[in-house]
Design a protein around this ligand. Structure first.
Ligand SMILES: NC(=O)c1ccc[n+]([C@@H]2O[C@H](COP(=O)([O-])OP(=O)(O)OC[C@H]3O[C@@H](n4cnc5c(N)ncnc54)[C@H](OP(=O)(O)O)[C@@H]3O)[C@@H](O)[C@H]2O)c1
Length: 210
């Protein structure tokens, strides 16, 4: 599968490498143009190319991997109708994310005061997108073992579009990480967004009773 990224940082480097190792290809974009991502994609190897935001958005799956304060600008100018968009963001309210407990609590309180989850807010900005929240529940440093026998880290996933969510679950599972479906953006999203009970904990999948 071909996956586009809005953002060319830590999340893109980590998830991009897992995807490439699983045989997928990625298109990486940022706010400054493809030429500024040359070293970044060279480091990821032949499975990665640098593109414009539009080129990233034209991939089968698009992963939003910019900071919360940049999200409106990152989503702007793209017709999201029908596109599968993965919200990998954490809604830190600070320009430079404060990931201390106090900072996370502040972000969570601000979200609660708005009465909806951060991914519901992203869905409102990306009108018509088939939005899935995923990849955001743990620091990337915890999933940077790229070997075939890496721990099967649990990646929580939620979304209202069942088909889009199923595709993202299969995509994540193809990398050797394990996607666990928590339900809708409103219910599941509230469990794994920043500061929620299932955010910031490392879980490894062992087995499932069929
Ligand atoms: N790092 C983690 O461990 C981790 C884990 C889970 C979730 N997250 C969340 O994932 C998101 C990304 O985090 P990160 O650590 O990957 O950040 P990062 O390393 O700082 O990368 C952010 C990227 O976004 C790009 N960007 C900024 N404005 C943009 C725009 N308008 N359009 C497209 N791209 C834009 C930046 O490039 P330019 O400035 O050059 O445009 C940069 O490449 C954040 O919301 C974070 O909370 C991070």
């Amino acid at each position: 599968m071909k996956i586009g990224f809005l953002g060319a940082g830590n999340v893109t480097g980590t998830i991009g490498r897992h995807l490439i190792n699983a045989g997928h290809t990625i298109v990486v974009s940022n706010s400054r143009g493809p030429e500024t991502s040359a070293d970044f994609v060279a480091d990821l190897g032949p499975g990665a190319t640098a593109g414009t935001k539009q080129q990233a958005a034209e991939c089968e799956v698009v992963i939003l991997a910019a900071h919360w304060v940049k999200v409106p600008e990152a989503l702007k100018g793209i017709d999201w109708r029908g596109r599968i968009l993965v919200d990998a963001t954490n809604a830190h309210m600070d320009p430079v994310p404060d990931i201390s407990l106090a900072g996370v609590t502040r972000s969570r309180t601000a979200l609660k005061s708005k009465g909806r989850t951060s991914s519901e807010m992203v869905a409102e900005m990306a009108v018509g997108a088939r939005l899935v929240k995923s990849i955001s529940n743990m620091p990337m440093a915890w999933i940077q073992d790229f070997s075939p026998n890496k721990p099967r880290a649990v990646i929580f996933t939620s979304g209202d579009d069942t088909e889009a969510k199923k595709l993202i679950i299969e995509l994540i599972n193809s990398t050797g990480l394990v996607a666990v479906d928590l339900g809708s953006l409103a219910v599941g999203g509230a469990m794994h967004e920043v500061g929620a009970p299932l955010s910031g904990i490392e879980l490894h999948f062992v087995r499932r009773l069929r």
